[in-house]
Structure formats: structure tokens, C-alpha cells
Design a protein around this ligand. Sequence first.
Ligand code: PLP
Ligand code: COI
Length: 340
Amino acid sequence: MKQKVEDLDWKNLGFVYRDLPYRYEAKYKDGEWQEGKLIEDSTLVLSEGAEILHYGQEIFEGLKAYRREDGKINLFRPDENAHRFALSAERLAMPPFPEDRFVEAVKQVVLANKEYVPPYDSGATLYLRPFMIGTSNVLGVQAADEYTFRIFAVPVGAYIKGLNPADYIVSEYDRAAYAGTGQAKTSGNYASSLLPSVEAHKNGFADCLYLDPREHKYVDEFGGANFYGITQEGQFVTPKSKSILISITKRSLLELAKKQGLNPVERQITLEEAFNMKEAGAMGTAAVISPVGSITYEGKKHVIYSETETGPVTTKLYNELVDIQYGKQEGPEGWVQTID
Ligand code: PLP
Ligand code: COI
């Protein structure tokens, strides 16, 4: 059933799938990408032999459209999503979707579903989910030769707890099926994080924190976001690791932290060090910045800053990032694309 705009409660959207009027679809066939178009049907028809169903050839992205105060709509660094999508495609032996067409298609989906972009002061956004799947039949382990690319959109609220601190648990499982694929955004990586996240939620935690898969000594990332900490000396530190997703929010915050004099650095961070951070947070498109209230490891809870209040460095970074995304403040050149 299509989502009616008048049935939406902008302040209580949650982060759930909704079937909006339009999505974009393009198909890859005979060695090339066909022309794409907006369609209304939210379903997909697949053969039982389709690659995606057996060997998981799938990649995806996540980005948001923000309603500005003047009613126009901002996209935040969509060219970066287009580029990472192409890198993910390459890693999974899929034909990259042209980056300019990706950004163009995102704009088409936003405009077609314009009335679903939440109002300026609601705290909600329109989340866009581009993805690509291998659709041709395979039996042996091999790449598909036909693919479907789609982008759908959903209005969303906070993914974790907004700017309220959340509790996390160190996962006993490795996040990725094998190290390295963490850099591509693929369903396979997330499927291996489902059991740990089900267990974490059952025990009252917002998400898992994963350690490096080799030594289980260094912090990697959360199930759906990168990690940062503010050291006792006031430095912004974030893990350097080959098995974490290359986060666009992280790269943006590295730049903002530099401007704010936080002397940011990407380096290995031991779990012990993470417990002793002055402040810490999860960062990502869906998470925005979600403060870490505590990290539990081997049954012991380590409170970071406060379980109820957000630290001043985190608050300042959050405000600057969000102000740029909504167009309240000018960001670095090229970060924001405004559409009417
Ligand atoms: N890490 C994981 C596992 C994620 O799912 C995400 C979300 O996309 C991120 C990090 C943050 O990436 P980005 O800031 O590009 O959204
Ligand atoms: C995003 O932030 O876009 C993500 O993909 C995270 C996902 C867990 C919702």
C-alpha cells in the first residue's frame, strides 16, 4: 500500500520502510546500462536462479535530502555516495553505475516524491536508498551479467536516539564475513551483523561495537556507523582500519574537527583507550552523530562522558554538521547541492 503523505506524523517517523509513489530503476543488459526511469511499482520480479539470491551480489548506499528553511531541498555530498557506489560495484565484480547518472537519478527521486521531504524544523529527513543487484541466472559461483539499479526514498526520523547518549556493547562476533569487504557497502556484511545486533537489542543496547577481526584489540566501527572519540587532551580520533566502511560523515567531520582546532587524526584505537575517551560518538548518514553513553565489554559497563547528557565537543560538531546539511551555515565548497 502506498504511503499517504497526510498519514505521516513528521515528529514520529522512526526509521522504517514506507512505499512512496516513485522510485528510479535502470537495468544493465547486453554489456551496457539502459536508460532509466521513474516507476511506481515497489516490487521486483526475480528468477529463482538470480545471482542475488545465491551468492549475494548486492551493493547499496544511503544518503539524505534535507528541507531548508526557504522550502528548497539540500543534498549532502551525493557525488561521494555515487563514487563509493562505484567502488563497491568494482569490489563485487559489478558494472559501475555512471556517477553523474547516479546523482541525477537521486534528484529525480527527490523531486518526484517532493511532498514527502519532511518540513524544515521537524528533525526528519528524506532517506534515499540506492541499490544494485545481480539478476541473471547462475548456478556455479559467478558474477551475473544482468543487473537492476534502483533508488527508493523514505521519510525518516532518528536512527539511534538522536542527540541522546546510547548504550553499546562490544560484539563477540566479527562484523564482516572476511576482513576487507567492510569497505564495500554490501548486504552480505550487514547480514553477518544481524545476529549480534538482535542479541544486543535484546539486552537493551542500541548497537554493537566491532573490534578488528585480526587481533580483536582495536576498535573498528559500530554496526551501522563509524566510531570517534575525543581524547582527554581534546583530540578528535577515529579508527584507521581496512575493514570499516569509508564513511562520508566521518570524512566530513574530520574536516570540521580540523577547523574547530581538534587536531583530528585517523589511527588505531585500542578498546582500553576507547573506554577512557572524554567523549565518543557514532557517525553516519542515518546515525548523524549519536553520542556514546556507555560501552559494555565482558559484562562491565564503561560510561563515556555521561549516560544522560551530551558532551560539549560532540554537541558543537553535531550543530555544525547539521547546520551545513540544512543550509543554515555555509559548508566547504561543493558539499551541498540545492534543488528546487
Ligand atoms: N559504517 C557502517 C557500517 C554504515 O552502515 C554506515 C552508514 O552508511 C557508516 C559507517 C557511515 O557511512 P556514511 O557516513 O557514509 O553514511
Ligand atoms: C546509513 O547511514 O545510510 C546506513 O546505511 C546505515 C544503515 C545501518 C541504516
